[in-house]
Design a protein around this ligand. Structure first.
Ligand SMILES: Cc1cc2nc3c(=O)[nH]c(=O)nc-3n(C[C@H](O)[C@H](O)[C@H](O)COP(=O)(O)O)c2cc1C
Length: 205
């Protein structure tokens, strides 16, 4: 039997198993599942992949020629109704794992902007939600990290619908004890499925 629930795909870019960002992503997906989604998540740290070679192999087809673990991840991204990208802030940007994955979306960029070809068969609004954490208190890093994420969502066919940021994670209390942050994440996951639910802005409304 086919599963008709909308797929909400979470992609986690933290190199850590016990991840602050992962904890928020889990809550977002729990909220989405409670609202009727088929929620799945993939941790980039478990995958083996290269960054973009800039080989031009996608220029004619909009498909990446590199056959590594990102090939199946990108199939899941094509199939997703909504996408939640979760990354810690590393040196004022997304993590290296996340950025390397984003750069491989060059094939989507070629399809969308050069070939004017559809990047997904999923019709209707596809929402992108960016989740990020940073250890310090300078929240400007979220806006910096969000730049490539916006471009990534644009190329892969998602709107930059919302963002969920948690700062000061290197100071107590630990994120797992921040009830308000966790319930905000769950609420965001529920809203992701809501008809006409406006995205909730943080630093970048
Ligand atoms: C390599 C590296 C670079 C980091 N750079 C920053 C930074 O520029 N600004 C900041 O506030 N925190 C920075 N941090 C702290 C992380 O953003 C913070 O601990 C985050 O919550 C980790 O998320 P995670 O548990 O999901 O991996 C950095 C941590 C690492 C390991």
């Amino acid at each position: 039997m086919t599963d008709s629930r909308p797929l909400v795909l979470g992609v986690l870019g933290s190199p850590r198993a016990q991840s602050n960002t992962g904890l928020l992503l889990e809550r977002v997906l729990a909220g989405a599942a409670a609202a009727g989604a088929r929620a799945e998540s993939i941790a980039l740290r478990a995958l083996h992949y290269e960054s973009c070679r800039h080989c031009g192999g996608c220029d004619e087809t909009g498909r990446c020629v590199v056959q590594d673990d990102l090939a199946s991840l990108y199939d899941r991204i094509r199939a997703a109704r909504h996408l939640v990208l979760a990354s810690p802030v590393h040196f004022s940007g997304v993590s290296g794992e996340t950025k390397a994955m984003i750069d491989r979306a060059q094939a989507f960029w070629v399809a969308a902007y050069r070939l004017k070809a559809p990047v997904s068969e999923v019709s209707g609004e596809r929402r992108g939600l960016f989740v990020a954490t940073c250890g310090g208190g300078d929240r400007r890093v979220f806006a910096w990290a969000a730049h490539p994420v916006r471009a990534f969502f644009n190329s892969t066919g998602f709107s930059y619908w919302g963002e969920l940021f948690e700062a000061d994670t290197d100071r107590p209390p630990p994120v797992r004890a921040r009830a308000e942050a966790l319930s905000r994440a769950e609420e965001m996951g529920r809203r992701l499925l809501g008809e006409n639910a406006p995205g909730v802005g943080g630093e970048n409304p």
